[in-house]
Design a protein around this ligand. Structure first.
Ligand code: ZN
Length: 307
């Protein structure tokens, strides 16, 4: 993990912006018509650093911003790119409307803590970690910086269902939606010839998964699908660029959570007992395990109990 965010070239004309200490990542793909930007950072100050770095590295104008999903650590910086079209999946825009309510003019301006949490951690976060819950303090410090005092989010200006493709002279860039996973609107950006994939938050490299309102079965299935693709470099939503081995390891963590909760439900444990006692010791060393594992168990229990 690095202490400063930085732009790393992962293939000719393809760059990954790696957040400091596991903060959210982003990307930039050079095309003859300008740079395609992938994700916009967790607040505008970082978004501007990212934008300046793209310009310094490529010397090219920007063409479009792509949001991989709705969460604010990837979209709060959209305002830095407001001169560009912003492309996302239909469900990304729908999720923003659902979480954020009515627009103020052409954007949302959020000051309410619970609403900020919903667009950062999913629509059920305030039920998973209600005010008064000992785990809630971590969430207060997570967005404690003045950069989060007013969260301004610009909606996508253009959306698509299922798939969107850029046919470049020497590359095909595919934006694919495969169904609910980390949230209900995750897309991946796959460069077929360079064999580079931007996974959004389908993978956190070096960090325990946050389940929230994600779909555990769907997430595991999506990663199994990613593993069938021809990929040399995978850019996760958080953490350094990686490969299919790490994608498999991350999927194993999700499978381990599911297996632990499944066992608890079959044994008739209450939700409280599952939250207290379901452990995945082989992954307990992974960052955020302590803070997130009990909440993941609660989310998984609520999802799986009903099926
Ligand atoms: Zn996310």
């Amino acid at each position: 993990m690095t202490n400063e965010p930085k732009l790393v070239t992962v293939s000719p004309g393809v760059h990954a912006w790696i957040g400091a200490g596991g903060d959210s990542n982003a990307g930039a793909i050079e095309t003859p018509d300008g740079v395609l930007v992938i994700d916009a950072q967790q607040y505008p100050r970082l978004g501007r650093m990212f934008r300046d770095s793209i310009s310094a590295t490529t010397g090219k104008p920007l063409r479009m911003l792509i949001d991989t999903h709705c969460h604010l650590d990837h979209t709060h910086g959209n305002v830095v790119f407001e001169d560009l079209p912003i492309l996302a999946h239909d469900k990304c825009l729908a999720a923003m409307h659902a979480a954020l309510g009515p627009l103020e003019g052409d954007r949302w301006k959020i000051t309410d803590f619970s609403t900020k949490l919903r667009i950062l951690f999913g629509t059920n976060v305030n039920e998973l970690v209600p005010e008064g819950d000992p785990y809630r303090a971590w969430f207060h410090q997570r967005i404690g910086l003045p950069d989060y005092d007013v969260v301004t989010i610009l909606p996508p200006t253009q959306t698509f269902a299922d798939q969107f493709v850029f046919h470049l002279p020497n590359e095909t860039v595919r934006l694919d939606y495969w169904g609910p996973a980390h949230c209900d609107n995750d897309i991946v950006v796959y460069l077929e010839k360079s064999k580079v994939i931007f996974l959004g938050d389908l993978v956190f490299n070096g960090r325990y998964p946050w389940l929230g309102d994600g779909n555990l079965d769907g997430w595991i299935d999506r990663l199994s699908h990613v593993m069938t693709l021809d990929i040399s470099v995978a850019i996760p939503g958080h953490g350094p660029p990686t490969d299919m081995k790490e994608v498999a390891r991350f999927r194993d963590m999700l499978i381990a959570i599911r297996a632990g909760v499944e066992k608890a439900i079959k044994a008739g444990w209450s939700e409280d007992a599952a939250v207290r006692d379901v452990q995945v010791p082989e992954f307990a060393h992974v960052s955020r395990y302590k803070e997130w594992m009990p909440i993941d168990v609660k989310a998984a229990y609520r999802q799986m109990r009903g099926r």
